[in-house]
Ligand binder design. Structure first.
Ligand SMILES: NC(=O)c1ccc[n+]([C@@H]2O[C@H](COP(=O)([O-])OP(=O)(O)OC[C@H]3O[C@@H](n4cnc5c(N)ncnc54)[C@H](OP(=O)(O)O)[C@@H]3O)[C@@H](O)[C@H]2O)c1
Length: 202
């Protein structure tokens, strides 16, 4: 499975750090081009591969870690053919830092419209970048990441990835319910949950 991250800012670089720490190769792109990622690549090592956006967009699973408004332009004209797109974006009005008024639509439904033919899963959007990039093992448990989307096998693949990265994954089901809870302004957004080792609960 080839993984790529579009965006190398706070969220993209935090995620790249977790991929490398887990021994998983990851391709990373930004707008400035692969040369601008030499510093991050030097820090993270050979498992992090700086590439162009064109190359990153051909991966089996493409993580969107860019501003919500940048998505349509960033993914324009790509043939998805059932590949997985993981939406880590949040639709936020700045500087008020309030949820964007999407006229009743869900932010990931809007992202899905921009990637026709892709299997879209929402994930990696609920933790602060500083926490996403840090060791997922805290307080004797694992930080929780949530997953939602309308394609169950794609959700399963992302759950497996999240567990492989060392986090605990919680599958919230279809976008209509899970995506609403997960998007900015929803019940689990911008909150940190830790799944304690169940031995501590006995
Ligand atoms: N920061 C957080 O704690 C946090 C938490 C959860 C979710 N999020 C969400 O995650 C997303 C990214 O946030 P961030 O804080 O990481 O932003 P950021 O630090 O500003 O980084 C944005 C990145 O996106 C890249 N980019 C923008 N347009 C692009 C395009 N068309 N093609 C390729 N790369 C493009 C930028 O590349 P250049 O620098 O080369 O222009 C930059 O690397 C946002 O949707 C945000 O709401 C953020």
């Amino acid at each position: 499975m080839k993984y790529a991250i579009i965006g190398a800012g706070k969220i993209g670089s935090a995620l790249a750090r977790r991929f490398v720490a887990s021994g998983i190769e990851v391709f990373v792109a930004n707008t400035k081009g692969p040369g601008s990622l030499a510093g991050l690549a030097g820090e993270l090592g050979a498992l992090m591969k700086p590439v162009t956006s064109e190359e990153a967009l051909q991966a089996d699973a493409v993580i969107l870690a860019i501003p919500f408004d940048a998505v349509p332009e960033a993914v324009k004209g790509v043939d998805w053919g059932g590949r997985i797109v993981i939406d880590a974006t949040n639709a936020i009005d700045f500087p008020a830092f309030t949820p964007r008024d999407l006229k009743g639509r869900l932010s990931t439904q809007i992202v899905a419209d921009a990637v026709p033919g892709a299997r879209v899963v929402k994930a990696f959007n609920t933790l602060l970048a500083t926490h996403l990039g840090a060791d997922p093992v805290v307080l004797g448990g694992r930080r929780v990441l949530f997953v939602s989307g309308d394609d169950a096998p794609a959700r399963r693949a992302v759950v497996d990835l999240i567990e492989h990265l060392g986090f605990a994954a919680v599958d919230l089901g279809a976008l209509a319910e899970g995506g609403r809870a997960q998007q900015f302004g929803g019940g689990v957004a911008a909150k940190e949950f830790v799944l304690l080792d169940d031995r501590q609960l006995r």
